[in-house]
Design a protein around this ligand. Structure first.
Ligand code: ZN
Length: 363
């Protein structure tokens, strides 16, 4: 029996880790800049966020991270400083590819010299450009960005490249700190980076969702990520240690720091149905709504405006007992008061529960 249990664990545990999806566009000797991560407040406009990662490659070969075709080349050979887009990307190349049936657009910015032309077919690992310092750039580097579905930066469609690729032999960690305001500091111990000199290696920031372009991964749903992590076991802490996780990462693995959703938090006995006040409140544009179930129940959690029009359904399913936190993203909604309503029907005792609370969106 014990042997069978052990075997089951061996089978189940590796399945929880995900794999990287693309190759890294530079050699392993080149690092990603740890002091200006994906989702951090933008240097040029702090109300927005950094929509990609900065890779510290200086006038050297950039390789395609995917198979694909060249969607766009912006190159101005007559402006060696500003390039094609002097106030932004400088010279840049966009490669169109796909992941699991969805189009993805990969942006390689601040280039010195593109090596490909529009409609060229490229293979993963093929040289596509020489990196540079063109456009809005404070030193030679490659800004690497991933957009889902569309080349335009539409709502919540940029993804954190550190969860898509890494240095060989490294892993990545992601998670969701509940009740975290934008740009909340998330610490990780010990130092996970493969080598110095990462300027900031002991922490990440939750994404600045004030920028409507910044999105979480469709599978991971994270609000923070730490990339290029040495294999090992780490402790992650945020919000004065109210968020504490221990996580083990193997080479090539993308690992969730949080317990699997749907399972109750350990050692917490849930005695009654409750619906919590959302946090933060007032909010802009994301907030978290907590509730707890003492027994397995069918639940509906819906948001309404003050006229009684349904805005969205956040949950509509049966869940086991436990404590839950749901993200609500009010992107695109007007400022004002909204009401969220929890309706519960226990699958075990047949008890029912209903509660509602108000929350305020302030833009
Ligand atoms: Zn950048």
């Amino acid at each position: 029996m014990k042997l069978i249990f052990t075997l089951l664990l061996l089978i189940i545990i590796p399945a929880q880790a995900q794999q990287f999806r693309i190759t890294r566009p530079v050699p392993d000797t080149v690092q990603t800049n740890g002091s200006y991560l994906f989702g951090e407040p933008s240097i040029s406009n702090p109300g927005n966020a950094h929509r990609g990662i900065d890779i510290s490659i200086k006038w050297d070969t950039v390789y395609s991270a995917t198979n694909g075709s060249v969607y766009f080349v912006g190159y101005n050979p007559n402006d060696t400083i500003g390039g094609y887009q002097p106030s932004g990307a400088g010279n840049y190349v966009t490669i169109r590819s796909q992941y699991e049936g969805r189009l993805i657009y990969l942006y390689y910015m601040h280039l010195q010299l593109p090596l490909v032309e529009v409609n060229d077919v490229v293979l993963s690992g093929q040289p596509i450009a020489i990196s540079g310092n063109t456009g809005f750039s404070t030193g030679a580097h490659l800004h690497f960005e991933i957009r889902m579905d569309s080349p335009s930066s539409t709502s919540r469609k940029t993804r954190n490249p550190e969860l898509w690729c890494s240095m060989s032999g490294m892993g990545a960690i992601y998670g969701k700190v509940p009740n975290a305001t934008n740009s909340t500091r998330v610490d990780i111990f010990p130092d996970p980076k493969p080598r110095p000199p990462y300027t900031t290696f002991g922490w990440a920031l939750t994404y600045n969702f004030a920028d409507p372009i910044i999105g979480s991964d469709d599978i991971y749903g994270e609000n923070y990520a730490i990339g290029d992590v040495k294999p090992g076991t780490y402790t992650i802490r945020a919000l004065n240690n109210t968020y504490t996780r221990t996580v083990t990462v193997g080479p090539g693995e993308v690992v969730n720091a949080d317990p699997p959703t749907g399972l109750p938090d350990q050692d917490i006995f849930v005695s009654d149905f409750t619906l919590e006040q959302n946090y933060p409140n007032p909010f802009n544009p994301t907030t978290v709504i907590g509730f707890q179930l003492p027994e397995r129940s069918f639940i509906q959690l819906k948001v309404y405006d003050m006229l009684g029009n349904k805005v969205t359904t956040l949950v509509n399913e049966e869940r086991s007992s436990g404590i839950y936190n749901e993200f609500f993203d009010a992107f695109g909604l007007a400022s004002g008061v909204y009401v969220y309503v929890l309706v519960v029907q226990s699958s075990e005792s047949g008890r029912s529960f209903r509660d509602s609370k108000k929350m305020m969106l302030v833009r």
